[in-house]
Write a protein that binds this ligand. Structure first.
Ligand code: UDP
Length: 208
């Protein structure tokens, strides 16, 4: 029987990930899973809710969680695990991956992402267009890179951290769990857990 792949999230992120999976798995049936949108069609694919996905009678099902918000990815990943539905990796054909790279389940690797050598990455990693990870980086679970995030060698990134579009991380820095690096920031020092940094050189964001 045909495999059924559900792309969780039918919004911006999901509509960018669907074409990758369509190319990777031309034999599979694909649909969007979305709990907040009315059932219907988008970009030529059905949208169903989670119940609708479970009700499909395919024996072989997998899910790609295509939602930028990492906490939601975690909740949905745990829901998939409870339902014994595996997470599948979405990977553009143009992704470059070198030696000794370990990646957890459910990554979404957009076009022109580069992962060089000796890198460890956790679950449900999202690397958007043109982002890169240089050698010897350690990236925890549920980390998100916006387009063009540049992560140089020996960097450690804690779970649920978000690296904004075009940000540059200097070799060897540590980004704490849940930290946010703003768009275009140049990070030259460690960032504390939960902290938001912006600018060049990146400094903690002081909210008025
Ligand atoms: N969503 C869902 N189940 C959840 C949480 C979110 O189906 O438990 C859907 C939500 O309805 C929305 C999509 O995920 O359609 C997230 O879209 P959004 O534009 O917020 O984020 P992006 O696509 O940019 O990640």
């Amino acid at each position: 029987m045909t495999r059924l792949i559900g792309i969780y999230g039918a919004s911006g992120c999901g509509r960018g990930i669907m074409p990758l999976l369509r190319e990777q798995y031309p034999e599979a049936e694909l649909l969007f899973i979305d709990d907040g949108q009315a059932p219907g069609r988008v970009n030529g694919q059905d949208i169903v809710d989670w119940r609708g996905f479970l009700d499909r009678d395919h024996k072989d099902k997998a899910v790609s969680i295509a939602i930028g918000a990492s906490r939601i990815r975690q909740v949905l990943a745990e829901k998939c695990a409870l339902a014994a539905i595996p997470l599948i990796e979405a990977r553009a054909a143009s992704v470059v991956q070198m030696d000794e790279v370990i990646i957890g389940d459910g990554a979404c690797l957009s076009p022109f992402v580069t992962l060089t050598s000796n890198i460890s990455i956790g679950r449900c990693f999202h690397a958007n267009l043109y982002s890169y990870v240089e050698h010897d980086c350690l990236i925890a679970d549920y980390v998100t890179f916006a387009p063009g995030a540049k992560v140089n060698g020996n960097v450690a990134i804690g779970e649920h951290a978000y690296i904004g579009s075009g940000a540059i991380l200097r070799q060897g820095v540590t980004i704490g769990a849940g930290a946010t690096v703003g768009m275009g920031a140049v990070v030259t020092r460690n960032v504390l857990p939960g902290e938001t940094v912006v600018g060049n050189p990146a400094r903690p964001l002081i909210k008025d």
